[in-house]
Design a protein around this ligand. Structure first.
Ligand SMILES: Nc1ncnc2c1ncn2[C@@H]1O[C@H](COP(=O)(O)OP(=O)(O)OP(=O)(O)O)[C@@H](O)[C@H]1O
Ligand SMILES: [Mg+2]
Length: 252
């Protein structure tokens, strides 16, 4: 079986808190895998370790069977890993097209102003980046807002713009951190369709999400974390009725 990414015994502590505690699982190629768990379970920390924003304490991450240890954050663009952030990070002073273009040069920087400072100064390169960004906005069916500013578009669109930015590098693996947070029902339905369309392009997806409808409807397999630990893993039908999972969500 082809694995795109393997997390092996990953551990990350902050002071006395084991945010990620000996977690192992893998994502198969062309799979949509969900990572769920109550607030503070360690989901975002796991993303931050994978994308090199945080160093790990123990364990390893293999991407296409290669240990990611030597990689730096900027190497992720080259190997094709991209992500979105839980908190929307659009630069208010830039229009949507320019915001998406930021993704061509960075896909892991939490600080988009920093990304802005590293935009190419070369006109030819900039034109290519603009064409690429517009193509992605078209793919996501939001090219009608390309010249708008973040303050002028609805919240649901902002999440899609973040996804557009992550798609700029044509990733093979996309990490989405709570893409449905703050969306209404129709925006969430649109997001579901969007996730499927990205997946149809051959992109493997790891999705952190609290919206259980979305998770159950789009993932092939689910990993559940609680207090830093993996407590369950399996297809949606199994996770829905798993006692440990129900206890983690409702038992406290
Ligand atoms: N940079 C940090 N410094 C100190 N503690 C942190 C840091 N990042 C995360 N933590 C702690 O690690 C634990 C896991 O947090 P994390 O953000 O990974 O959870 P999460 O599963 O993403 O939660 P949520 O669903 O609320 O986003 C929490 O106790 C959190 O307070
Ligand atoms: Mg989180």
């Amino acid at each position: 079986m082809d694995k795109i990414i393997s997390i092996e015994n990953l551990t990350k502590s902050f002071g006395g808190i084991k945010a990620v505690d000996d977690v192992s699982f893998f994502v198969k190629k062309s799979e949509i895998k969900a990572l769920i768990g109550p607030n503070g379970a360690g989901k975002t920390t796991l993303f931050n370790v994978i994308t090199k924003l945080y160093s790990k304490d123990k364990g390893r991450v293999l991407f296409m069977n290669k240990d990611m240890e030597p990689y730096k954050p900027h190497n992720l663009i080259e190997i094709g890993i991209s992500r979105t952030f839980q908190n929307i990070q659009l630069v208010d002073e830039m229009d949507i097209l320019e915001n998406v273009m930021l993704g061509c040069h960075t896909n892991t920087k939490t600080n988009m102003i920093d990304a802005f400072l590293h935009l190419p100064k070369n006109k030819k390169e900039e034109k290519k980046a603009a064409e690429n960004a517009l193509e992605i906005l078209k793919f996501l069916k939001i090219d009608d807002i390309s010249d708008k500013y973040p303050s002028e578009i609805p919240f649901g669109y902002k999440r899609l713009v973040e996804i557009a930015r992550a798609l700029c590098i044509k990733p093979v693996m996309l990490l989405l951190d709570e893409p449905a947070a703050g969306l209404n029902e129709s925006e969430t339905n649109r997001l579901l369709k969007t996730i499927f369309r990205i997946w149809e392009q051959g992109v493997s997806i790891l999705l952190i999400e609290h919206d259980m409808n979305l998770v159950m409807n789009c993932s092939h397999s689910i990993v559940v974390m609680d207090n830093g630990k993996k407590i369950a893993e399996g297809p949606p039908s199994y996770i829905q009725n798993n006692k440990e999972v129900l206890k983690a969500y409702f038992g406290k």
